[in-house]
Design a protein around this ligand. Structure first.
Ligand code: MSP
Length: 641
C-alpha cells in the first residue's frame, strides 16, 4: 500500500434484506484500517454504500408489495443505523440509485459503446436468476448454477443482448496479476483467479432486457435495456470519488489502496473490474483483499436454516467494542471463521474481562490506595521491568506490521500476549505485598510499568475498540482520547503525577450459560464412543486453544529427571513451558522442532518452574513421540483444529 494516502472500500451491500454479521465484519474491518491509518496521520478515505439495483432487490420489493425504490429506501436506513451503532467512520456512503452514480455509469457505457468495447449479439445459453448471471453449457455444474454456494436450477434463454469485450483482456490480465503479486490477496485467492482466467475468458453480457428485469440503470444507447447490476455496482468505487465529475478529488484518492471483499465476489472484483478499468483507461486498484465467511458453528449462515446472526442484537447484548474486538480477533486472513455466542463469551471473558480488565482494575486500585491517585514516578528498572518494557514495545511494533499485512487477528494476539505477560509480571512482583512491606519506590516502579504497558496496548487496540480504549486512557490520566501514533513505539510517555481516574469495570465478566444449541440433551449426554469415552460437543473442543509453536531452547531442570524447560515461539509471544519428556528426548535435538501446544492453559509452577502451556505428545507403552507439524509453511502461532 502506498504510504501517502489510504483509500479503503467495502462491497456495497444489496438492499434486499437487513444487514447481517458478514456485512458488519467487512465494514468493521475497513473501519479499523481507516482508523489505524488516520492515527498514523495518513490521509484516509473510507467508502461504503448500498447496491440497490438488480433482480434480488426487485424480487424482494415485489414480495413486500413495494416499488424497488421504496424497498431500497427502507433497507438503506437499517444499514446506516447499524454503521452508526458500530461507530463506523466512513467518509461517504454511496447509493447506486443516486444521480451522481447513475450519470457516471451511463457516461462509461456510452464511451465504451462508442469505442466498440461494447457490442450487440444474440445470446443463447443458461441464466441463473439468483446470481443474475449467464453461463455457457460448459460452465454448469451438474446442469446447475456453478457459483459457489448457489447451485440453483438455471433457465435456458435465447435473447439479444450487449456484451463487453472482456475476452480481449485475458492475456493482459494474467500478466498483470503475475507481475503484481500483491494485487490479489491472500495468495491462494490470486491462484484461484489465475486458474479461472486460464480456463478462457468469455465476453461479458452487460445488459438485461427490460421485459425481464427493469430495475437498473438504462443503457444510454438502447432504451429497451438496463445494465447488468455488476457493471453498475463496481463503478461505485470510482463514481464516489469524483470520476468524470471532480478530477481533483479523483486524482487525490484513486487508485484505491484496498477493496475489501468476501470470497464469493472474487471473480467480479479480480476479473470483471480490472478489465472494465483497463478498457476505460483507469489505473488498477492497488489491492483486492478477499476474506473468508462467517459460519455459525460449522454451518453456513442462511435464512432457511434460521441461523442468521443479527449484529444489532449482539451489540445490544454485549456492547459495540467487545463485538468489534471479537470479529477482528477471531477471523484470520482469508479463512472462514466460526461464530457462536459461546465462543464470543469465552474470548470476551479470557482476553477482556480476565486479562485486560483485571490488570487495569488492579493497577488503578493500587495507585489510588498507595500513590495518592497519581501516576507514580518509577525508580530503577530490574530485569523483570526491562523484560516487560521490551516485550510491550516489541509487541506494538509487531502488531503494526501485522495490521499492515492484514493480520489484525495476529496483531491483537500479540497485544493480548503482552497483557498476559503484564499479569504474570504483576503476579511475580506482588505489589500488594510490596505495598505492605517493600519500598515505596519499588511499588511505584511496578505500578508505573503496568500502567505504561497499558498505555501502549490501549493505543494499539484503539482502532478496534475506540470507546473502551478512550475510557481506559482517560483512566490512566492521558489527556488526549486518541493516542499519538509515534508514542506507541516509545517507552516512558506516561507522565508521572497525572491524575488517575476512578474506574468502573471496563469489561465486567459475562456469566456463561450454555445456549440451547450447546446444552447437552439427555440422549446426547449418554452417548459414548465404542471405547467408553464420553462424546463432547464441538464447542467443548473449541475451548481448547491449540497452536503451533517452535522450540527455541531446551534444558534439563535440576533435580527433576523427567522434566525439560522449553522456551517456545508462539508467533505473537515467547513462552516458557515445562514438559515431562526428558526421558524420551535430549534437549539438543528439540531445538527448531515445530510442535503443538495447548496455549490457553492456566499457568502453573512445576517443581518451582513456571510453565505457560502444555505440549502435545502421543504415548504408547514405553514410547513417547511429540505431536509436530511437518514442513515450514505453517508459521508458529497457527491455530490447530
Ligand atoms: N452487492 C454485492 C457487492 C457489490 S460490490 C461492488 C454483494 N452484496 S451482498 O450484500 O450480497 O454481500 C456483500 C458482502 O457480504 C460480500 O463481500 C459477501 O462476501 C459478504 N458476506 C455475505 N455473507 C457472509 C458471511 N457469512 N460472512 C462474511 N461475509 C459474507 O455481494
Amino acid at each position: 500500500m502506498s504510504a501517502d494516502k489510504f483509500y479503503v472500500t467495502t462491497p456495497i451491500y444489496y438492499v434486499n434484506d437487513k444487514p447481517h454479521i458478514g456485512h458488519a465484519y467487512t465494514t468493521i474491518l475497513a473501519d479499523v484500517l481507516a482508523r489505524y491509518h488516520r492515527l498514523k496521520s495518513v490521509p484516509t478515505y473510507f467508502l461504503t454504500g448500498t447496491d440497490e439495483h438488480g433482480q434480488k432487490v426487485q424480487a424482494a420489493a415485489e414480495k413486500a408489495g413495494m416499488t424497488p425504490q421504496q424497498q431500497a429506501d427502507g433497507t438503506v436506513v437499517r444499514f446506516k443505523e447499524l454503521w452508526e451503532r458500530l461507530e463506523i467512520t466512513n467518509n461517504d456512503f454511496i447509493r447506486t440509485t443516486e444521480d451522481r452514480h447513475k450519470l457516471v455509469v451511463q457516461k462509461i457505457l456510452q464511451d465504451l459503446y462508442d469505442r466498440g468495447e461494447i457490442y450487440r449479439a444474440e445470446y443463447d445459453g443458461w441464466y441463473c436468476v439468483g446470481c443474475e448471471r449467464y453461463f455457457t453449457e460448459k460452465d454448469l455444474v451438474e446442469g446447475n448454477c456453478p457459483e459457489p454456494g448457489c447451485g440453483r436450477q438455471v433457465d435456458r434463454i435465447s435473447e439479444s443482448n450487449y456484451f463487453f469485450r472482456m475476452s480481449n483482456y485475458q492475456d493482459w490480465l494474467i500478466e498483470y496479476i503475475q507481475d503484481n503479486p500483491t494485487f490479489i490477496q491472500p495468495d491462494f485467492r490470486r491462484n484461484e483467479t489465475l486458474g479461472f482466467l486460464r480456463k478462457g475468458l468469455n465476453d461479458l453480457c452487460i445488459s438485461r432486457p427490460k421485459s425481464r428485469m427493469s430495475w437498473g440503470i438504462d443503457l444510454p444507447f438502447d432504451d429497451d435495456y438496463v445494465t447488468y447490476v455488476w457493471f453498475d455496482a463496481l463503478v461505485n468505487y470510482i463514481s464516489a470519488v469524483g470520476y468524470l465529475a471532480d478530477d481533483e478529488m479523483f486524482a487525490k484518492w484513486w487508485p484505491t489502496s484496498c477493496h475489501l471483499i468476501g470470497k464469493d465476489i472474487l471473480t467480479t472484483h479480480t476479473v470483471y473490474w480490472p478489465t472494465m478499468l483497463k478498457a476505460m483507461g483507469v489505473p488498477m486498484p492497488e489491492s483486492v483483499f478477499a476474506h473468508g465467511w462467517w459460519l455459525v458453528g460449522r454451518d453456513k449462515m442462511s435464512k432457511t436454516t434460521g441461523n442468521v446472526v443479527n449484529p444489532m442484537e449482539m451489540v445490544d447484548r454485549y456492547g459495540v467494542d467487545p463485538f468489534r474486538y471479537f470479529l477482528m480477533a477471531e477471523m484470520s486472513l482469508g479463512q472462514d471463521a466460526s461464530f457462536t455466542e459461546e465462543a464470543f463469551v469465552r474470548r470476551y471473558n479470557a482476553d477482556l474481562a480476565n486479562d485486560l480488565g483485571n490488570i487495569l482494575s488492579r493497577v488503578v486500585k493500587l495507585i489510588h490506595a498507595n500513590c495518592g491517585g497519581k501516576v507514580p514516578q518509577p525508580g530503577e528498572f530490574g530485569p523483570d521491568e526491562k523484560l516487560l518494557s521490551e516485550t510491550a514495545l516489541a509487541a506494538a511494533g509487531k502488531a503494526m506490521e501485522q495490521v499492515e499485512s492484514m493480520r489484525i487477528d495476529l496483531g491483537l494476539a500479540s497485544l493480548a500476549g503482552v497483557v498476559r505477560e503484564a499479569n504474570r509480571y504483576l503476579e511475580r512482583r506482588e505489589p500488594w505485598k510490596v505495598a505492605k512491606q517493600g519500598s515505596p519506590e519499588e511499588l511505584a516502579t511496578i505500578l508505573y510499568c503496568c500502567a505504561e504497558t497499558l498505555r501502549i496496548v490501549s493505543g494499539m487496540v484503539y482502532p478496534v475498540m475506540p470507546g473502551k480504549m478512550a475510557e481506559l486512557r482517560a483512566c490512566l490520566g492521558l489527556q488526549e482520547e486518541e493516542p499519538a501514533f509515534g508514542d506507541l513505539l516509545e517507552w516512558g510517555k506516561l507522565t508521572p503525577g497525572s491524575a488517575v481516574g476512578k474506574l468502573r469495570p471496563l469489561f465486567p465478566r459475562i456469566k456463561q450459560e450454555a445456549s440451547a444449541q450447546e446444552k447437552p440433551t439427555k440422549a446426547k449426554a449418554k452417548q459414548k464412543t465404542t471405547e467408553g469415552v464420553a462424546q463432547i460437543e464441538f464447542t467443548d473442543f473449541e475451548r481448547v486453544e491449540l497452536r503451533t509453536a517452535t522450540i527455541l531452547e531446551a534444558e534439563r531442570i535440576e533435580g527433576a529427571d523427567k522434566l525439560l524447560k522449553l522456551q517456545i515461539d508462539l508467533g505473537c509471544e515467547k513462552r516458557q513451558i515445562v514438559a515431562g519428556i526428558a526421558k524420551f528426548y535430549d534437549p539438543e535435538i528439540l531445538v527448531g522442532k515445530n510442535i503443538v501446544v495447548v496455549a490457553n492453559l492456566k499457568p502453573a509452577k512445576i517443581r518451582g518452574v513456571e510453565s505457560n502451556g502444555m505440549l502435545l505428545a502421543a504415548s504408547a507403552g514405553k514410547a513417547l513421540k511429540l505431536v509436530s507439524v511437518d514442513g515450514d509453511e505453517v508459521a508458529p502461532g497457527a491455530r490447530v483444529g
